[in-house]
Design a protein around this ligand. Structure first.
Ligand code: DCM
Ligand code: DCM
Ligand code: ZN
Length: 271
């Protein structure tokens, strides 16, 4: 996701974590404001192009070598690179975050990675190999020349929320409040329990792999419903947008709700 999506995921998570979890992460992240998660949600993107952060690049995605739209699937052995992927990154940084032998600044850094990667694993094109997750597919969106990855990362969410973000934190907070209300008592209330099904804190790889497979399935149904060639140079601001926007909205809500549950489990595991 772009910054707006990541910040929204983090605000949704902060709406659902237990008070003990809030206290724990406010202390670790040295931020007692209500934006303690949102404030670090984009940090992982800010360091990935630096020299020292270069090794974290592959941690933002898993390149499923499947064949959309006829066949979508994620195979851990086939698709997670030897240097790592978003599935192993969530597992490894969750372990680091809880390791009492590590200094607090390393554990805080690990927390920032977990907060970011649980967001990314829910972006369908972060679980697809085709054209580097759609980065190599040229499209148009409301007349702008973009690539498909950017459209799914940012353009669709921005259009849904009324255009380019002027005050991303305030606007993400507003979107998150609407999504959290939908999770509690609105259009997602019937699904939200199911979103936590299969989550096992003692099996982080299996848990994250299941999340990756859900997003990857959307590649076949909503991202490339007629295959990669059919979408090249197409205008996606119309019917394509209408079908994709509800999927993205639900993915952001789901990511935030799952992040809250994951952080709760982390804190419970050391209580
Ligand atoms: N990306 C992806 N899958 C890939 C390569 C990149 O999901 N195989 C994502 C990571 C970034 C965005 O696409 O969010 C741009 O990546 P880069 O700057 O590495 O091209
Ligand atoms: N693992 C795997 N294939 C899977 C799930 C996990 O090869 N479908 C591997 C990667 C992890 C190890 O098993 O290093 C432990 O996984 P877990 O965290 O799910 O126990
Ligand atoms: Zn990312």
């Amino acid at each position: 996701w772009g910054g707006f999506g990541h910040i929204t995921v983090a605000y949704v998570a902060s709406d659902f974590v237990r008070p003990e979890t809030t206290t724990y992460f406010q202390a670790l992240l040295r931020n007692t404001s209500t934006s303690y998660l949102a404030g670090v949600a984009t940090w992982a993107d800010s360091i990935r192009y630096t020299k020292w952060g270069h090794f974290t690049g592959p941690f933002h995605f898993i390149d499923a070598h499947d064949s959309p739209p006829s066949s979508c699937n994620v195979d851990f052995e086939r698709d997670c690179k030897s240097e790592g992927c978003v599935v192993t990154a969530i597992a490894n940084y969750t372990t680091q975050l809880l390791d009492p032998t590590l200094p607090a600044w390393i554990r805080a850094q690990a927390a920032k990675f977990v907060i970011h990667f649980v967001g990314d694993i829910h972006q369908p094109l972060h679980t697809e190999d085709v054209a580097k997750g759609g980065n190599g597919i040229h499209v148009k969106f409301d007349g702008n020349e973009l690539n498909l990855h950017h459209v799914w990362d940012s353009s669709i969410a921005e259009k849904l929320r009324g255009g380019v973000r002027r005050a991303p934190y305030a606007e993400a907070r507003e979107w998150a409040t609407e999504l959290s209300n939908h999770i509690r008592s609105g259009k997602y209330a019937a699904y939200s329990k199911g979103w936590l099904k299969g989550m096992a804190f003692d099996e982080p790889n299996a848990t994250a792999l299941a999340w990756a497979r859900e997003g990857n399935a959307v590649v076949c149904t909503h991202v490339l419903p007629e295959g990669p060639e059919a979408i090249v140079d197409q205008e996606l601001g119309g019917e394509y947008y209408e079908a994709a926007a509800p999927v993205i909205e639900m993915a952001v809500a789901k990511a935030g709700y799952r992040l809250a549950a994951w952080l709760d489990l982390a804190v419970k595991s050391i209580a």
